[in-house]
Ligand binder design. Structure first.
Ligand code: GNR
Ligand code: NI
Length: 180
């Protein structure tokens, strides 16, 4: 298993539209395992292949408290229903930002599992929100796209800085050297 690098906005590779997976083979299963390890290490509740610079339609998700409920969706197709709900979302590719996004509360998802077998599932709550967030990544969308240009530009400028701190508000504004 291996940890993969996660692309950070405004990296233009996050804009790539992923192509369908054509064959679920050992190489793809290794990628799935690496994506799961990367998601758990981050930590995050979901990870789309786009975020690790693999432009295939594939995502992993685990919204359980105990991190014991890995779900794999290959070539996912979503059908949303219900009145849109506002959700405050985070994204591993936009570190340090929580953004309000409107999502469907209920989703019917069709996909292939880790063994390439087709399945259908009804999901709601955080799982439904996360699935929409991940499929947006596969389509080259990032949740900052739902913000005003002003807010998006602020986030882009902060994250484009070379010495970007991951959590800017926890970084002291005065630099002091550590006492040895
Ligand atoms: O870890 C994550 N948390 C999260 C919280 C609310 C809505 C969506 C998410 S997904 C995110 C991980 C990520 O960036 N996936 O693409
Ligand atoms: Ni994300």
């Amino acid at each position: 298993m291996a940890l993969l690098d996660i692309l950070v906005y405004p990296d233009p590779r996050l804009r790539t539209k992923a192509e369908p997976v054509e064959e679920v083979d050992g190489a793809l299963q290794r990628l799935i395992d690496d994506m799961a390890e990367t998601m758990y290490a981050a930590p995050g509740i979901g990870l789309a292949a786009t975020q690790v610079n693999v432009h295939r339609r594939l995502l992993v998700m685990d919204t359980s408290e105990t991190k014991s409920g890995l779900q794999v969706f290959i070539n996912p197709v979503l059908a949303g229903s219900g009145d849109l709900v506002e959700s405050d979302e985070g994204c591993l590719s936009v570190p340090g930002e929580i953004v309000p996004v409107y999502r469907y509360p209920n989703i019917k998802v069709s996909a292939l599992d880790r063994e390439g077998r087709p399945f259908e599932q009804d999901v709601s709550g955080l799982e439904a929100i996360c699935l929409q967030h991940e499929v947006d990544h596969l389509d080259g969308k990032v949740f900052v796209d739902y913000l005003s240009q002003l807010k998006r530009d602020r986030i882009r400028k902060r994250l484009a800085r070379e010495d970007r701190p991951v959590h800017p508000r926890s970084t002291p504004s005065t630099k002091v050297s550590a006492v040895s």
